[in-house]
Design a protein. Structure first.
Lengths: 183, 328
């Protein structure tokens, strides 16, 4: 899916075009559902969350500004934000320990890319992440992709929460330095 | 050592990651509605970290989700732009803060515990008047005319002794001009540091440190702290610092009344009056802080008609917000 297509759908949704919302759903729902499911870890919660995400899109599309924002980043952020709220405020999410290999960034090298192909191709993030220590990479992926809390990450990695917080803050400082040097 | 700027970036990154404490996250949610600088930082991290989503496998959702979405959308009115509070740029906040600061000499102190109302200052109209009093084409024409006159005078034929006298006069003129230039240069050497120091003190920035919201989480007021450069030190070293309070929403619509701003000490250990709040949308007032920002826990608002010192737990506050103070 091209960014321009997504922008056009969003533009039409902002005008109240329900067909455009349906078309948008058809092209991005699998990606957004994947993001949501990985965080809320429950079919029922994922269904509810995805529904809320598309209601948000319907209500908020007029706030999207293609000159300031990437459509896919905007959509992903909406989905991730909704999923985090649902996951952290819901008793229904059962914390399961995540296999550490699931928190690896090595998939970047082998995975077939979806609609964020362009973003990853031109992003310095894989190179910058590769410069971080493995425990820092794992922490960031666990927090971002799995939506784990620091406590959950602490249990997953068998490390104290304070150590996790230090890794994350240190990792973010290093990431910023690396990403800034790329601009 | 992490600088103040880096700390703000880190907070933005943690906001995107979702690692902030829930209460802190809510404070930054409020900031996101009104502070363009903060929005920019958050957006930057969203873009930077978004490629991590590629690590997540797409999953086809069950068909009933789309059915539910479309049913709900059919029940809703069409998506139309709604009135929102426009995010203020840091420079806009700083400008409004500085405008209010410039008018602080005109403040009317109204008695009780330093409550103050600032008179509006028409700075922009004053600047417009100054800039329009000399238009560029007019000045250009005048200089050209002088140059042409000078060129014309050089073409005149004059006797040699007159030429020598004129040359001597010109030499004296240039010597005098050189002396004046030298004196001006020396004066600049002495005066420039003082000028720059003064300029630095007026070029302070206003950092949003709290967003006071109504019951629906719509921002009503932003509180900006005047900081010196990139540090969180007060711009005015001789006091506890000043804050600018801007009515970004419509306080009268939410709670019709005059309003009073209070500082709430950490753990609800008491309150201290700060001053009268602006009540017209877009209005800004500058207030002196009665205590250092680092000692304060929250800002809170009561109706000015309360006429007593509220207790943090007596339900008098119509809004309260935690202070974003990255030093602590």
């Amino acid at each position: 899916v091209l960014q321009t297509d997504l922008e056009q759908y969003l533009s039409k949704v902002a005008e109240g075009d329900k067909n455009a919302l349906q078309r948008l759903y058809e092209v991005v729902s699998a990606r957004l559902y994947g993001i949501v499911m990985r965080i809320v870890k429950s079919d029922e919660l994922a269904d509810q969350t995805l529904e809320e995400v598309f209601i948000d899109i319907w209500n908020e599309a007029h706030h999207f500004d293609a000159s300031q924002n990437s459509a896919i980043v905007w959509l992903n952020s909406l989905a991730r934000g909704r999923a985090l709220i649902k996951a952290h405020r819901s008793d229904a999410r059962l914390f399961q320990k995540i296999p550490i290999e699931d928190l690896s960034v090595d998939q970047w090298k082998t995975k077939p890319l979806a609609c964020t192909d362009e973003a990853i191709e031109y992003s310095a993030l894989p190179r910058c992440m590769a410069q971080l220590g493995p425990e820092v990479q794992t922490s960031i992926v666990g927090l971002y992709c799995e939506g784990l809390t620091q406590d959950e990450l602490s249990q997953t990695l068998h490390q104290p929460v304070g150590m996790i917080n230090t890794w994350v803050r240190q990792g973010l400082v290093e990431l910023k330095g690396c990403l800034d040097s790329d601009y | 050592v992490i600088t103040e700027e880096e700390e703000w970036d880190l907070q933005a990154a943690e906001y995107v990651l979702g690692t902030l404490h829930e209460e802190t996250h809510r404070v930054f949610d409020a900031l996101s509605k009104v502070d363009e600088d903060w929005q920019r930082r958050v957006q930057r991290w969203r873009v930077c970290l978004d490629p991590l989503n590629v690590l997540t496998k797409p999953i086809e959702p069950p068909t009933h989700v789309l059915v539910s979405v479309m049913e709900r959308v059919n029940e809703l009115p069409s998506s139309e732009p709604v009135k929102t509070t426009k995010a203020l740029t840091s420079s806009a906040l700083a400008t409004s803060a500085l405008s209010a600061q410039a008018s602080s000499d005109d403040m009317v102190h109204s008695g009780a515990e330093g409550a103050a109302l600032a008179k509006p200052l028409a700075l922009s109209s004053a600047l417009t008047t100054v800039s329009s009093s000399h238009s560029l084409p007019e000045r250009t024409r005048t200089i050209s005319a002088h140059a042409r006159d000078a060129a014309d005078s050089d073409e005149l034929s004059v006797p040699a002794h007159v030429t020598i006298r004129v040359l001597n006069e010109r030499a004296r003129y240039w010597k005098l001009a050189a002396m004046v230039s030298t004196l001006a240069f020396i004066g600049t050497l002495f005066l420039a540091p003082r000028y720059l120091e003064q300029r630095q003190s007026t070029l302070n920035t206003a950092r949003t440190v709290a967003v006071l919201q109504d019951d629906t989480n719509a921002p009503l007021w932003t509180v900006s702290y005047h900081v010196n450069g990139n540090s969180m030190q007060p711009a005015d070293n001789s006091s506890q610092g000043t804050i600018s309070v801007t009515a970004v929403g419509d306080p009268q619509a939410s709670a019709p009344s005059d309003h009073q701003l209070w500082i709430v000490f950490p753990e609800d250990a008491g309150v201290r009056s700060v001053g009268r709040m602006p009540d017209a949308q877009g209005e800004t007032v500058t207030l002196d802080l009665p205590i250092a920002l680092a000692e304060a826990g929250e800002f809170a608002v009561t109706q000015a008609s309360l006429e007593r010192v509220p207790r943090p737990d007596d339900g008098s506050f119509v809004a309260r917000a935690r202070i974003i103070n990255l030093i602590n």
